[in-house]
Design a protein around this ligand. Sequence first.
Ligand code: ATP
Ligand code: FE2
Length: 337
Amino acid sequence: MPGWTIGIESTAHTLSFGLVDSNGIPYPAFSDTVRPDQGGIHPREAADHHKDVAHTLFDKLLQEYNLSVRDISAIAYSQGPGLGPCLRVGAAIARGMSSMLDVPLIGVNHCVAHIEIGRQQCGCQDPVLLYVSGGNTQVIAHLDGKYRVLGETLDIGIGNMLDKFARNQGIPFPGGPVIEKLAREWLSQNENPSLNGLELPFAVRGMDLAFSGIMTAAQRLIDNGAELGAVCWSLQEHSFAACVEIAERALSHTGKTELLLGGGVACNSRLREMCDLMASERDSTSHAPPRMYCIDNGTMIALLGHIELENGRVTQYSDSAIDQYLRTDQTEVSWAV
Ligand code: ATP
Ligand code: FE2
């Protein structure tokens, strides 16, 4: 049955195909993430990875949902922000499919896609968003037809900070989940933990954040002989508290009462717990989508494509170039509140 929108995600480490049906109901995506043996992600190597796995992933998606290409009615793709070579692979696949199948093409803002899948999954109306991923850390609220950034990192994203700290300890990408596990294990063996000797700088700068100093300081603790699990715990406590603090101030300034988490770091149970606690203390609610929709996934791209299409927006080929530096607040959001 026609009416499916395919979403192609390729902003960085992951190529992912997801889909929504004609009513915008999402279905789990098929994804493949590049995991370098050593070092960080090399944009061109990641792009080559995406090119190599695209065919198999797309076949799996059609097989899993028993679809044929004739069932596809629109193609959405991440137009930005992200790594240029990776974005270009996704955009090229999207243009080719749109042309071959003669269906609309919709280039979408990756950050807004993280927000919209969260709003849909959690049933939030008008939340303050805490968008915490590898490349981005932002506190966002909707105002006058756009998602406005009220505060953000001034240097690296919180996920990149966790990944880099982990990499320095020999933990491969993505390091965030391993840091969470090491912190939890250490905590289970230390009933009354103290920050004594584990202090780190606080990352808050007004409504903004900065994470590179905290990473250097955490490394210094390791170099001075602190236990890895203890430092992971302290790193999470400090960096998450900074995010929660500016999210709380955003709730207070805007008068909104829902907090919505998004992005890969929103998978973290300790961050979710801290947000729940803060929200409950101010008669608000905190929400996080299922973990498969926090990390980068094609389904959120399909959903935003579907929403944009319903609001009459398609992307002409002449406007389909990728934008590595596309910002959350550059995209018109006519559908939300
Ligand atoms: P964006 O382009 O939106 O910045 P991204 O490319 O960083 O996205 P995501 O999948 O949104 O990709 O986020 C990946 C990040 O999430 C990585 O830095 C990873 O370490 C982090 N992450 C994933 N799970 C956890 C977890 N349980 N705890 C902490 N961090 C996590
Ligand atoms: Fe992302």
